[in-house]
Design a protein around this ligand. Structure first.
Ligand code: FES
Length: 143
């Protein structure tokens, strides 16, 4: 039952301090093998996959061009707000993930169980950190 719960529910992972990402900028992060681009645009945060839909090239960090992510290889353009493919050789839009700012000022991204590489301690005794937080969430939901 606990495993089924983890597959359906997002776990939020801290990726940056809120103050580290300025308006109109993007920053690349990785969560257990998942490459993401965190974007702050018009006061809103977005998290999209950091992989161009043309050939999988990561986007460059930094200022956004007119609100668009632009691939550094062949200049495909994607809407930084919706992830939609706008022009250029990309094949589809970018997958988006839920993002929030925690009470202690961390930008956190929500990923489902299948989005990330399994934690190396899974199935073993969890001692700290994210895996312990996951188990706490499951126990709280089960009771
Ligand atoms: S790899 Fe991104 S446009 Fe070609």
């Amino acid at each position: 039952m606990a495993a089924l719960h983890l597959m359906r529910t997002e776990i939020y992972y801290p990726v940056l301090r809120d103050a580290e990402l300025l308006e109109g900028r993007s920053k690349a992060v990785e969560i257990r093998g998942k490459q993401l681009m965190i974007i702050r645009l018009k006061g809103l945060l977005r998290a999209v996959e950091n992989s161009c839909s043309h050939m999988g090239v990561p986007f460059e960090e930094g200022p956004l061009a007119d609100g668009h992510l632009v691939c550094p290889w062949h200049a495909a353009r994607f809407c930084a707000t919706s992830g939609d493919h706008l022009e250029g050789p990309g094949f589809c839009g970018l997958e988006q993930f839920p993002v929030r700012v925690s009470a202690v000022g961390n930008i956190e991204v929500g990923l489902k169980h299948g989005d990330v590489t399994p934690h190396p301690l899974r199935g073993k005794r969890a001692t700290a950190g994210i895996l312990a937080a996951e188990e706490t969430t499951v126990e709280a939901e089960a009771s």
